[in-house]
Design a protein. Structure first.
Length: 462
């Protein structure tokens, strides 16, 4: 946990930014897998963690902006519950550590909210990602579940996004602590993966690395020789000579800050010439994008710059043709790069995505472009010092999409379909790092993970 002042200052700023009414926070409960006593591992709501730091289930909290009160709602375990769960620090003591004096039992929340509603006071709440919390909001505020999303407080959502977007030094330390674990989760599979092994064997070893140091995954591991399937959840594949593997994985720090790193490596010791050619293009695009990052620059421009490098490389291989600018403007490059260049990162791997991607990555003036490819850009807005984001260009050869576009004669001025045919079994390559926007320029967080062809091959041959 951070020092109590950290949480108190965050809440004070939030109170000022929101200005009136009550701010309601709902923590997460335990989510059952198949029956109530068999839950998924508990993960607290990230905004609850950010403002209240309390990392256990069945909590709520209220800030009364006008009466200047902060209350945490929760119950201490009964003696019977302690038989199963063991002794726990009393809620009052936990709250002292986050600078909150007042605690009430969970069943008192409804009375406080009802009283405020009777006085026509505004109750601000954030978008909820868990169904049980949607139902809780509905019951507390007396609104229809389908209307909960419409009643979310925009002023609160924007205020939370503004605070959580800019990371403090202590938050960066957390991310770097998780990157130490991620380094091992990336380098061990490079070393251990051999033809004849199943993907799941490497995935098991990566999970071991995280759990053995008390960490856990920041998202389900993507580890696949089918790199063209961008978020492939399957680990059942057999790794064969000549295959490449995409390893997109990350860990959580003790306070639940995320990492998100991707490396692509050969299952055998060396990349083939064809693989090297594509790898160099992706690596160059990533390096150029990172070099360009600085406060005051729109991330959409950096995304488009990366696209230029990707298209220029594909042109050199005769997979694309024509004017680079026009090809990108038309959206032809999205056949090979349908994703965005990156996203914000923090307590969530796609930071604050449940608060609304457009609040996090866009503004009133920088609006999402719905063209295929650009529509998947999660972050477009102007960068600020203290933002942490990923830079993850890739080149993907998706047979179904290639066939579909070819039949449709789509972008024939820019795509050499005849040459692309020979890449339909290529897979995909992605390279991703976690970047801190500095006062000038940017820093790749964590200790360097093998990335150049020489470095990756050196690890793959161990
Ligand atoms: N690491 C998965 C993603 O960025 O979507
Ligand atoms: Mn990512």
């Amino acid at each position: 946990m951070f020092h109590s002042d950290v949480y108190a200052k965050r809440r004070k700023r939030l109170k000022q930014d929101v200005g009136s009414g009550l701010i309601l926070f709902l923590g997460h409960g335990q989510s059952p897998i198949n029956y109530l006593d068999n839950p998924y591992p508990f993960r607290q709501d990230s905004s609850f963690l950010y403002f209240w730091g309390l990392d256990h289930p069945k909590l709520a909290a209220v800030i009364d902006t006008e009466e200047n009160k902060e209350v945490v709602f929760g119950n201490n375990l009964t003696s019977e519950e302690r038989v199963w769960a063991g002794p726990k620090t009393p809620l009052k003591e936990k709250c002292r550590r986050i600078g909150v004096k007042e605690t009430l039992s969970l069943d008192q929340l409804e009375g406080i909210i009802t009283k405020a509603l009777h006085k026509n006071r505004k109750i601000h709440f954030l978008p909820q990602c868990r169904a049980e919390n949607v139902l809780k909001v509905m019951r507390l505020l007396g609104i229809d579940p389908a209307a909960v999303q419409d009643r979310v407080s925009t002023i609160l959502t924007k205020a939370v996004v503004a605070q959580r977007s800019v990371k403090s030094e202590a938050e960066i330390e957390e991310i770097e602590a998780a990157l130490d674990i991620t380094y091992e989760m990336q380098t061990l599979p490079m070393k251990m993966s051999k033809p004849g092994m199943f993907e799941r064997e490497a995935v098991g070893a990566m999970i071991d690395i995280a759990y053995c140091v008390g960490s856990r995954l920041s998202f389900p591991i993507i580890f696949s020789t089918r790199g063209e399937i961008i978020h492939n959840p399957s680990h059942g594949g057999l790794m064969k000579t000549g295959d490449m593997v995409i390893n997109d994985s990350g860990a959580e720090s003790p306070l639940h800050y995320a990492t998100d790193i991707t490396r692509t490596f050969p299952v055998s010791e060396k990349f083939t010439k064809k693989q090297k050619d594509i790898y160099e293009i992706v690596l160059h695009a990533q390096e150029k994008a990172i070099e360009t990052i600085s406060p005051g620059i729109e991330f959409r421009k950096i995304h488009l710059l990366a696209c230029q490098h990707l298209v220029s490389g594909l042109k050199a291989l005769n997979l694309m043709k024509g004017d680079i600018e026009l090809a990108i403007r038309a959206g032809a490059h999205a056949l090979f790069f349908p994703t965005g260049l990156g996203h914000m990162m923090g307590l969530d791997v796609h930071d604050m995505e449940n608060l609304g991607e457009d609040y996090v990555g866009y503004t009133d003036t920088i609006q999402r472009n719905h063209q295929f490819g650009l529509n998947n850009l999660r972050l477009a807005k102007t960068l600020e010092t203290g933002f942490v984001l990923t830079v993850e260009p890739g080149l993907y050869f998706i047979p179904e999409l290639i066939d579909q576009w070819k039949v449709e004669n789509k972008f024939v001025d820019y795509i050499n379909y005849q040459n692309v045919e020979a890449y339909k079994d290529f897979g995909g390559i992605r390279i991703e790092d976690d970047i801190l926007v500095m006062e000038s320029g940017a820093r790749v967080l964590g200790k360097p993970i093998p990335k150049s062809i020489e470095e990756v091959e050196a690890f793959s041959s161990q």
